[in-house]
Ligand binder design. Structure first.
Ligand code: HEM
Length: 478
């Protein structure tokens, strides 16, 4: 199923592989798989005096993720100078540690409390309906770009109350471009290579442009009355009671929230719809549940709470193709993990993808089988699509509400037929596992099930799809 990367030399009996660290930057999942195969639960990738430590078991995930005093978050590798835009736009939750993180997180928890989810239901339903109103059975559709555009609009509306689509796209595009740049330069901080340094000035310029847009959005937002719940209004409200929460800090929080919310959710939609389309028997069962329990083509908040098969489908999709495929911490004190001594400054990486594909936790781990969720209840460190411990995703309940609601609305109206022989490729950018190419499909009326069809592409390296989806390359005529 997978193409092993060209790792070389490992000291026999030790968990260390000596190989260029660039192999991790080039294809993080293939590299981690190979390390996991060679060394098991704990591995080190070492080049000269640089080391990356990897943990792959639930026990080690717990050890690293629950100990935030020793293993700190350094999500953005390049913070910029003290007074730079880059410093301000990267100053959100993921860059904070210790008491600063604890206090910000407490403030955010009030804003993201589950109690306010019903307040978002109408916005989520409305935006999903606007998208599906434009669709027609028989139309061609690129699932990937459709979901990215959809989530731009949704994220801008839920987070910032922005109903100006053009502005939402501009801001979203600026943030996504900047996230990509951070990824390139960030790998440069983790894994040094001269090519990474070239984009540094560009990163700083992009951060300046982004900050101007975020501030513009603050101004527009403050000048308007918003009748619907949105996160920014709640943050402004919190600011009234906490004068120490400055606009500079809000700039960091707002940017991070958008960056953390947009592509993770878009990729989850794309993967779930792709997997459903290639497993028509699962889709049929899901339709039966939706037809029996959701009266109209827009579900009520209460109806969504009674859809166990939908929940199993989403959980399974996020297990087998987790949008957040790995993340990292940095040791800030000398410590040990198993037999390995870890010096301060060493990056420690955990991986949802590898943990979720362990055969001792999930039988036939590479297959998409929502039924498994009637039999298993994995612990927080065995199943962690939203992370685990004190830094677990703060937006998880909101993301789940978006996914449950919008999937139901889409599937009450349409199914998706993946175009036979198309290439479906996947790659990790800034820890996020998403499609890198289009996912060409055709919209079907909801009473017509799609067939699973052969596709090419690197998605086959990540998930074991039904036999019928295996495309055979026909050699070119001599
Ligand atoms: C399917 C969608 C999503 C996935 C898969 C996801 C995944 C994750 C993961 C794995 C982490 C932990 C990273 C780590 O431990 O290093 C995280 C953190 C975070 N997420 Fe999400 N996320 C999603 C949606 C959202 C949404 C919708 C928001 C906000 C509206 C959000 C905001 C955050 C924030 C602020 C953090 C940092 C928490 C902290 O450091 O205390 N995420 N997310």
């Amino acid at each position: 199923m997978s193409n092993p990367p060209k790792l070389s030399m490992h000291d026999s009996g030790s968990p260390v592989t000596h190989a260029p660290l660039m192999q991790f930057a080039d294809d993080p999942i293939a590299c981690m798989r190979q390390l996991n195969r060679e060394h098991g639960d704990l591995a080190v990738l070492e080049e000269n005096d640089q080391r990356l430590v990897f943990v792959f078991s639930p026990e080690l995930n717990r050890e690293v993720l629950s100990n935030s005093q020793v293993f700190e978050s350094r999500f953005f590798a390049v913070r910029g100078n003290r007074n730079s835009s880059q410093r301000r736009v990267t100053s959100g939750l993921l860059s904070q540690n210790g008491t600063e993180h604890r206090d910000s997180r407490r403030m955010m928890m009030d804003v993201f409390t589950k109690k306010i989810l019903p307040g978002y239901h109408q916005t989520i339903s409305q935006i999903a309906c606007e998208m599906t109103d434009k669709w027609n059975a028989g139309d061609a559709c690129d699932l990937n770009s459709e979901m990215v555009q959809f989530m731009l609009k949704m994220t801008a509306a839920l987070l910032f109350g922005v109903d100006d689509a053009a502005f939402a796209y501009r801001l979203g595009a600026l943030i996504d471009r900047w996230v990509h740049r951070n990824h390139e330069i960030g790998m440069g901080a983790l894994v040094s290579s001269p090519t990474f340094a070239q984009g540094y000035d560009d990163l700083l310029l992009q951060a300046e442009e982004l900050e101007v847009s975020v501030r513009e959005m603050f101004q527009t937002h403050r000048s308007k009355q918003h009748d619907r719940t949105n996160i920014l209004s709640l943050l402004f409200e919190a600011q009234k009671h906490q004068p120490q929460l400055t606009d500079n800090q809000l700039t960091g929080h707002a940017t991070l929230l958008f960056a953390a919310a947009h592509l993770t959710t878009a990729h989850t939609f794309s993967w779930t719809l792709f997997l459903l389309s290639q497993h028509p028997e699962v889709l049929q069962k899901l339709h039966a549940e939706l037809n029996a329990n959701v009266a109209t083509d827009v579900p009520t908040f209460e109806e969504l709470e009674r859809l166990p098969y939908l929940d199993a489908v989403i959980k399974e999709s996020m297990r087998v193709l987790p949008a957040s495929s790995y993340s990292q911490r940095v040791a800030v004190q000398p410590t040990t993990l198993g037999p390995i001594r870890i010096n301060p400054g060493t990056p420690v990486i955990f991986s949802q993808y590898i943990t979720h594909h362990r055969p001792d936790l999930y039988s036939e781990p590479d297959r998409f089988m929502p039924e498994r969720w009637t039999k298993i209840t994995p612990s927080a460190y065995e199943y962690l699509p939203f992370g685990a411990g004190p830094r677990m995703c703060i937006g998880a309940p909101l993301a789940m509400a978006e996914i449950r609601t919008a999937l139901t609305i889409m599937l009450k109206r349409f199914n998706f037929q993946i175009k036979p022989m198309s290439a479906v490729n996947a790659h990790v950018i800034s820890t996020m596992l998403g499609p890198t190419s289009s996912i060409p499909s055709t919209l079907l009326p909801c009473d017509r099930l799609p067939s699973s069809v052969p596709v090419f592409g690197s998605v086959h390296n990540l998930v074991q799809l039904p036999e019928s989806t295996h495309a055979i390359a026909i050699p070119a005529a001599a």
